[in-house]
Design a protein around this ligand. Structure first.
Ligand SMILES: [Zn+2]
Length: 399
């Protein structure tokens, strides 16, 4: 009897570990800091109070500065050679940040109509520094090898790859955070300056081959936390807990995977396609203007030196390649035609369903191609276009 109990227990543990999907490390960070005696709740309450007062005192949307550019240094801390990501991947990630923080991401068109008026279309830009604090020339990327496998959640990280002055630079560490954390971003005031910044698992940095987090949006989400944003459902899974942002609807819980709109809780449709939810990268699409105001207020009040330097840097947008596809018609019932008007042509295309299963694929040899989708069941599908360095994804609806 006892051995059955043990087997059952082991199976239950196995099921729990296997069922747990990797996700943002904010709760892990807060719990870890609390255990060290850091008054996490007090820090967050005080922070939110200051930001609320600042936003109320302006009595209107704070005027966006004409150009907000945050200088970034990326520390790659690697144990396996696959974790030693290329400069190109880093540059791609910076370009992704610039798209997503400014409403320039192509998939923004998939935002449901009812949420379109709230999209933040201008915001924060990021650039890789080209000069070290000592005035030496740099790529904005530092590289460090380590014997530690899961270095991203260890104190040693900051000895192996010390932060550059976190008042003047956004430090992003690309370091293995284990199997259950995709990354983490430090709330203002939550950790000492030498640990302020963002950590992203190398598996999910930039464009990558993971299924859920393949568009570099772990970094987008974690930088949202770094600039003071909470998860869109607040801190607790109920309708009382809010993220403090006026134009995000109350939401009872997080979403995973790629749900279909609408999903309603707390008396209204949920904005699960927000960068601060837990949905897959291909389905998170937007910050709201309210979230952007909060991030800008956080920079003004807590991270002002990020803007007060004249550090030279590159934005990663100098050589933007794009396929710029139009899908005709969409929704489609029979023949799907894809017309390309970008400055490069993809090598191949894939059509997947919402679970990532490949439905069809083929090579792309010209600026227009067609495929028969009449046999597909009705529903939402994704068209992926790719060459060796670029990937774009488009949503299509089969009637
Ligand atoms: Zn998070």
């Amino acid at each position: 009897m006892r051995s059955y109990t043990v087997v059952f227990f082991l199976l239950a543990v196995h099921f729990f570990l296997c069922a747990q999907e990797p996700q943002c490390g904010m709760n892990w960070l807060e719990t870890t800091e609390s255990q060290k005696g850091v008054p996490v709740e007090q820090i967050k309450t005080s922070f939110h109070g200051k930001i609320d007062s600042a936003l109320e005192s302006t009595n209107s949307i704070p005027e966006l500065r004409s150009e907000i550019i945050v200088p970034v240094v990326v520390h790659i801390v690697w144990h396996t050679t696959e974790e030693n990501l290329s400069n190109e991947q880093v540059i791609e990630q910076i370009a992704i940040l610039n798209q997503d923080f400014n409403g320039n991401n192509k998939d923004l068109r998939d935002v449901p109509e009812e949420f379109e008026p709230f999209i933040a279309r201008k915001g924060i830009r990021f650039c890789l520094v080209t000069e070290t604090p000592e005035g030496m020339s740099t790529s904005g990327i530092t590289r460090h090898s380590t014997d530690l496998e899961v270095v991203g959640i260890k104190e040693e990280l900051y000895e192996i790859a010390p932060a550059w002055d976190s008042e003047n630079f956004l430090n992003i560490w690309v370091a293995n955070t284990g199997d259950f954390l995709t990354g983490l971003g430090t709330y203002p005031g939550l950790v000492p300056p030498e640990r302020q910044g963002v950590i992203v698992h190398p598996r999910y940095f930039g464009y990558n081959d993971s299924f859920r987090y393949n568009f570099g949006r772990v970094a987008v989400h974690e930088i949202g936390h770094y600039f003071g944003l909470d998860h869109i459902w607040g801190t607790d899974q109920n309708c009382e807990s809010d993220d403090g942002v006026e134009d995000t609807p109350l939401q009872q819980h997080s979403y995973q995977s790629c749900p279909a709109h609408p999903q309603a809780t707390c008396g209204s449709n949920d904005m699960f396609m927000n960068f601060m939810d837990y949905v897959d990268d291909r389905c998170m699409l937007m910050f709201t203007q309210g979230q952007m105001e909060r991030m800008l207020a956080t920079i003004e009040l807590y991270r002002p030196e990020l803007l007060n330097n004249d550090i030279s840097c590159l934005s990663g947008e100098e050589n933007v390649c794009e396929f710029n596809a139009s899908i005709l018609p969409n929704p489609v019932s029979q023949q799907l035609t894809v017309v390309l008007s970008g400055n490069v042509v993809p090598d191949n295309y894939l059509i997947t369903d919402c679970m990532g299963k490949v439905i069809s694929k083929g090579m792309v040899n010209s600026q227009e191609f067609s495929t028969d989708v009449s046999e597909l069941p009705a529903g939402v599908y994704f068209l992926h276009l790719a060459d060796k360095v670029n990937r774009e994804i488009y949503r299509l609806i089969k009637q």
